[in-house]
Ligand binder design. Structure first.
Ligand code: BT5
Length: 267
């Protein structure tokens, strides 16, 4: 199990060999009165999930980890925690992969082509070489006292990635890196503490978004964003100060998007 072997920076850790979903476990713990500050981590999930009811494949040996926190902040501020997770995940890879594999501050087009290079895809994916290597699912629940409980779930393809998806996926092993789920978790928990304390400093929200933007895949390139069957196309300009995607359409109109699925190289 991930528990006894793995070390967690800053928070408690509940480790599992196998679980339904670490996000569900964390939400249930919050409702049952856990005060937060705990990671739920597993080597395998049988009911892992992504956004909008989609499934997340978590075969044995990959990492599924969910952090439960009960921060004192407004819901719209809490929504930016997904970007903290993206920055933390990228920094975690920088800690455990060879120098040069992870370059912070590369431009978007470059991020799609480099060998094994790690970049962030709006809103919640981590790409290596343009393929999805990790996904993030931020969920809000209720703590026992009625305040907001936040669960930040992160799935990392350590030894295997699914095939036959509508877009490419990869794993650390596919990229030529033999690492364990414990190694990845330990680096992630350390990087989270660093990124979260920055976020917590108030002005840190903009600093986190700056860092995120600096590693964003596809800025300056054509993009299509779909949400509820509506597809919008344009040139991906930036991420604004609230973490929304900003694009410019053919007519020069500025479009600001809060949620959706991004496709690059849109035609
Ligand atoms: C995500 O959703 O990418 C968020 C995934 C979060 C998973 C973590 S694991 C720990 C915690 N506990 C949970 O139950 N969940 C969280 P989304 O952007 O909606 O992407 C989902 C889509 O990614 C699926 O529809 C598939 O196309 C694809 N997919 C599924 N499994 C994948 C994998 N292992 N690697 C890459 N892509 C995958």
């Amino acid at each position: 199990s991930l528990g006894p072997k793995a070390r967690s920076a800053g928070y408690r850790l509940a480790g599992f060999d196998e679980i339904g979903s670490t996000n569900s476990e964390a939400l249930a713990a919050a409702a049952a009165g856990d005060p937060g500050g705990i990671w739920f981590a597993a080597l395998k999930q049988t009911a892992g999930r992504g956004r909008r009811g989609r499934a997340w494949e978590s075969p044995s040996g990959n990492l599924a980890a969910s952090l439960l926190i009960v921060p004192d902040a407004d819901a719209n501020v809490l929504a930016t925690l997904g970007f903290v997770a993206g920055v933390a995940m990228q920094k975690a890879f920088a800690k455990i992969l060879p120098q040069g594999a992870v370059r912070i501050g590369i431009d978007g087009a470059d991020a799609m082509n480099g060998s094994g290079r790690v970049a962030l895809k709006w809103p919640n994916d981590v790409l290596a070489d343009g393929a999805k290597v990790a996904g993030i699912l931020l969920e809000m629940g209720k703590a026992a006292d009625g305040s907001h409980a936040i669960v930040i779930g992160i799935g990392v393809n350590v030894i295997a990635a699914p095939t036959g998806l509508p877009y490419p996926a990869t794993s650390l092993r596919d990229l030529g890196y033999e690492r364990s789920a414990e190694d990845v978790f330990e680096a992630l928990s350390e990087a989270w503490v660093e990124a979260f304390s920055l976020w917590n400093e108030g002005a840190g929200i903009s600093e986190i978004l700056n860092q995120w933007r600096g590693s964003a895949a596809g800025i300056g390139a054509p993009v299509a964003v779909s949400q509820d069957g509506v597809v919008r196309r344009g040139i991906f300009e930036t991420i604004d100060s609230s973490g929304r995607l900003v694009m410019r359409d053919d007519d020069g109109a500025r479009i600001v998007i809060t949620a959706g699925d991004v496709h690059f190289g849109a035609t």
